[in-house]
Ligand binder design. Structure first.
Ligand SMILES: [Zn+2]
Length: 126
């Protein structure tokens, strides 16, 4: 999954952990790929771990290998940013009745609204 073509925010959150795969193979047509937990399980098998697959990775686009330090996998951090933002909003809504900070905007996902995070913001007209 290309970071410029991520699914809608709510689906992205529902998919759980995501992982970034980087390839540094010369001229590789696929230098970055993001996969979700289900895709990782299909690729690496049930019960896979980063520690186990990390040294054995091979780029399916150019053949570069992790053992040559040309391919790596990292846990993606977008979900962490979303969950930190959510905690922040929960505190603000509890204290001030509505969010005080700017909406979170993330690459490939766009603006994250309180509703995307399952939060209800009381309306002004009440
Ligand atoms: Zn590659």
């Amino acid at each position: 999954m290309d970071r410029t073509r991520l699914p809608p925010v709510r689906q992205f959150i529902a998919e759980g952990p995501h992982y970034d795969l980087y390839c540094y193979g010369e001229g590789c047509p696929r230098p970055h790929m993001m996969i979700n937990a289900a895709q990782a399980e299909r690729l690496f098998g049930a019960g896979w771990t980063l520690a186990r697959i990390r040294p054995r990775l091979k780029c399916s686009a150019c053949g570069a290998r992790a053992r040559d330090k040309k391919v790596e996998i990292k846990p993606d951090t977008l979900l962490d940013a979303i969950s930190r933002h959510r905690e922040h909003l929960v505190k603000e809504i509890a204290q001030y009745g509505r969010p005080q900070t700017q909406p979170l905007v993330l690459p490939g996902l766009g603006e994250i609204t309180p509703a995307d995070l399952g939060l209800k913001v009381p309306s002004n007209d009440a």
